[in-house]
Design a protein around this ligand. Structure first.
Ligand code: 5AD
Ligand code: SF4
Length: 453
């Protein structure tokens, strides 16, 4: 007779994860779920049924950081109803604020920084019933090396893969060098192994992630002492059979080396879409931001990108209302946007972040209403360009990686090479297929098309 004790499966515990911020956090959340999987946790989609709530947080702007506290406030009732519930705060707010989080919100059981989350299983086991834990170390051995191999489950066709973390650029407004630490690249062998593994599980498109991904300088393959730049890594990844598309984000203009620009022209698997933040079109503001490049250099770089790959879709980030920004400085930003013509772009009102040089300096703050007005004007211009780019797709043929079923019967949704969401009524197409589609219509945030082969 079977031993009933050993037959009893380990208790399944439910984990609710909420992710804030950038794609790197999305990747980290996946890895956290995998790490806690070893402790018996499965992911659920509602906090009410969870045994553990984990918030993977973002510190980039005040609003993102404060959202964490307002969400924690909302979870209080759930904790009251279920005192065994464990609440964890991970990511960049955890890294930046550490113990302060538990002081402000005593319902939090554990705080784990961006570089220490491989220790989540130990921390989780330790906390509860008034015992708390805080781990904001930057350990010697990087977390990816310390974590077990990723589980072998089937995956969605597009995946993120972190290859580089941290930043040494110290833009005056930015918390990243403090929350994520100095720039570190993962060795190419490990990246290739993880990519191969993703492909074996159904992935066709990989987006390489890093806060400064084009500064990648990982150890070359085969234990070599050489390092590879991002272009070399991409070219090697392009040799992986079954991997059809490669993207990378986010980059700094000063690390856009010749080889990487050239790769956009000669590496067919590298998609024609580049997200390259500039932040401002005013040289005075760029200097105050410590960006170490001018508006002209950025524009020239964008021209070189288009020369390498004429159908390149360009994207960027902007900050308005940086201390000292005048109307003329803002007009310089608008002029840069008009010149570059973006396929999409993100813009933000400057948010002073504790510990950053811009926040510590007594710069002349731009009046809130003025900054908001500038933000709206910039966003209107960017939207105009985004719609124009979408409209220009109508009648054109694009390649679409189908990622999921659409709402309507027989409809599927995928991504074009330019990162547009494309809806198409398709038959005989499977998730993960890449097919040619003729665009018939441009909608608010997506395109519609018909299969052509
Ligand atoms: N205030 C506003 N926007 C910021 N960003 C980074 N730091 C700040 C800040 N303090 C924006 C930049 C960056 C993007 C990820 O967030 O545009 O590229
Ligand atoms: Fe936010 Fe930056 Fe952390 Fe990403 S790395 S979550 S953008 S603070």
């Amino acid at each position: 007779m079977a031993d009933t004790k050993s037959d009893t499966k380990a208790e399944v515990k439910k984990l609710f994860v909420k992710t804030y911020g950038c794609q790197m956090n999305v990747y980290d959340s996946e890895r956290m779920v995998e790490a806690l999987g070893g402790s018996g946790y499965v992911e659920v989609s509602s906090p009410e049924e969870a045994d553990m709530i984990l918030l993977n947080t973002c510190h980039i702007r005040e609003k993102a950081a404060e959202k964490v506290y307002s969400d924690l406030g909302r979870f209080k009732d759930i904790k009251l109803a279920n005192p065994n519930l464990k609440v964890g705060v991970a990511g960049c707010v955890a890294q930046a604020e550490g113990e302060e989080i538990i002081r402000r919100q005593p319902m939090v059981d554990l705080v784990v920084g961006s570089q220490a989350y491989h220790r989540l299983p130990e921390l989780e086991a330790k906390v509860g019933n008034g015992v708390t834990a805080v781990d904001t170390d930057f350990p010697e051995v990087d977390k990816f090396t310390a974590m077990p191999n990723r589980p072998k489950a089937r995956r969605a066709p597009a995946a993120f893969l972190t290859v580089q973390e941290g930043c040494d650029k110290f833009c005056a407004f930015c918390v990243v060098p403090y929350t994520r630490g100095a720039e570190v690249s993962r060795p190419a062998d490990r990246v290739l192994r993880e990519a191969q593994d993703l492909v074996e599980r159904g992935v066709r498109e990989i987006t390489l992630l890093g806060q400064n991904v084009n500064a990648y300088h990982g150890q070359a393959t085969g234990g070599s002492k050489d390092t590879w730049g991002l272009a070399q890594l991409i070219r090697k990844l392009a040799e992986v059979d079954g991997l059809e598309r490669i993207r990378f984000t986010t980059s700094h203009p000063n690390d856009m080396e010749d080889d990487l620009i050239a790769a956009h022209g000669d590496c067919a698997k590298l998609m024609p879409y580049l997200h390259l933040p500039v932040q401002s079109g005013s040289n005075k503001i760029l200097k105050a931001m410590n960006r170490k490049h001018t508006a002209e250099q950025y524009i020239e770089l964008m021209k070189r990108m288009r020369a390498a790959r004429p159908d390149m879709a360009l994207s960027g980030d902007f900050i308005v209302g940086f201390p000292g920004e005048t109307e003329q400085d803002f007009e310089d930003t608008m002029a840069l946007v008009r010149e570059v013509k973006y396929a999409s772009a993100y813009s933000f009102k400057y948010s002073p972040r504790p510990g950053t040089p811009a926040a510590e300096k007594d710069g002349k703050m731009v009046d809130h209403a003025v900054a908001m007005d500038r933000l709206h004007r910039l966003q209107a211009l960017i939207s105009e360009q985004q719609y124009a780019f979408q409209e220009s797709m109508v009648g054109r043929d694009v390649s679409v990686l189908f990622e999921k079923k659409g709402r309507q019967e027989g409809q599927m949704i995928g991504k074009s090479e330019y990162l547009h969401a494309v809806h198409a009524s398709v038959e005989g197409v499977n998730i993960g297929d890449i097919r040619r589609v003729r665009i018939t219509q441009s909608k608010t945030n997506s395109l519609e098309g018909q299969l052509i082969d």
